[in-house]
Design a protein around this ligand. Sequence first.
Ligand SMILES: [Ca+2]
Ligand SMILES: [Ca+2]
Ligand SMILES: [Ca+2]
Ligand SMILES: [Ca+2]
Length: 440
Amino acid sequence: MIANHFNSKGGDDPLEGRFQPPTRSSEVQRHQQAQIVHDFVASIEAADPTANVVVDGDLNDFEFSDTVHILENGVLTDLMDTLPENQRYSYVFEGNSQTLDHILLGGGLLSRQFVFDPVHVNAEFATQASDHDPSVVRISLNDAPSADAGGPYSVTEGSTVTLTASGSDPEGSPVSYAWDLDGNRTFETPGQSVSYTAVEGPASPTVQVRVTDALGASTDAQATVNIANVAPTVASLTAAPAITLSGQGVTLTGTATDPSGPDTTAGFTWAFDTGSGFGQFGSNGVVASFASCGMYTVAAKAQDKDGGISAPFTDPTAVRVFDGGFDPPVDPESVNLVHAGQVVPVKITVGCNGFLSGLHPAITLRSGDYDPNVDPDDPTYYIQDSGSSADTDGVMREVSGQYVYNLRVPTMPAGSLFTVLIRPFGGQTPVLHALFKIRR
Ligand SMILES: [Ca+2]
Ligand SMILES: [Ca+2]
Ligand SMILES: [Ca+2]
Ligand SMILES: [Ca+2]
């Protein structure tokens, strides 16, 4: 810091005197003083361009004067020039606001943050403690630390990855770290290494770290986290019913998990393989049927909203399909005419290249013409009395490669319709059905 008091303006012609333009004889010495100080500063900055140089004092000349320009000349900057023009004064002489007092910065100081102002305790007042205002400059000599957020990082959705930042302070101050992991510009996660949980991919969000020194100077740095989608995993596949008749519907329902909450919420599309390869992806709960008897293995794949496709999942339980149908005299393809009270022998066979014995098919009645394949699912039906003491009511009896039941036709008005429903394996499906009509 070089403090100065340059030669005064004493001896100059007055600004508004009889000699115009006025002669400023005092300038000669000030210019020499300015040159000496300038050369001294230049020698300092030549030795160390980052040297912190302050030149100040009552230079007895204006910020636009040759005196100040000689002093500045490539090595110093007058802070008065950093103010708006109407604020460049520290002194009032004969009604003219002007600057005689200066602070000039050189070397490494100008690149630092500073606050500068003349403090007008005198120039603007009639009663003055002095004829000059003091000038004040505040300069921060602390440099912010360096910051590096690391990365780019890679992680799969639903997993975590450790983010590690680095930084150091030019003054050797300890530094602290805080992260903004959610992009809301608030650094609420402290720590040099932090855990980042990837919620959903594919995505490439940006995270930021703030490195702060002991004096509060900080630097931010950012990194990219590349989040990859993960395909779902099929957890289960259910075929219902698992035992059925050829041509009857089997509902295929899968469940799947996904490490991404948004993918799980969005749901999955499904493809099923019932023996002839996987079909297109579509909705869950597909109804399939099997044209011929046999054992069928079914498989499913799930796809998430981002196109991730699971590995195939095979139902460990094969679907067992049998042939089955009415035997004469009942004809399921036409209206069977019967008398009220008549006993009708209802016969079915079930098998696959042979007779499947050991079943206890349920036989029930329902009033009206009822097709379980198209009519609403309505479980109100009636177990009908058997016309034979050998039968148990509502259960068909196995006789010589057939299941038989001596059905006593209900007493209904002539012309009434009723439907016989047979469930060979119990449960709700599959159902064999035949339509009957009471003769006139
Ligand atoms: Ca620092
Ligand atoms: Ca945040
Ligand atoms: Ca996803
Ligand atoms: Ca996913």
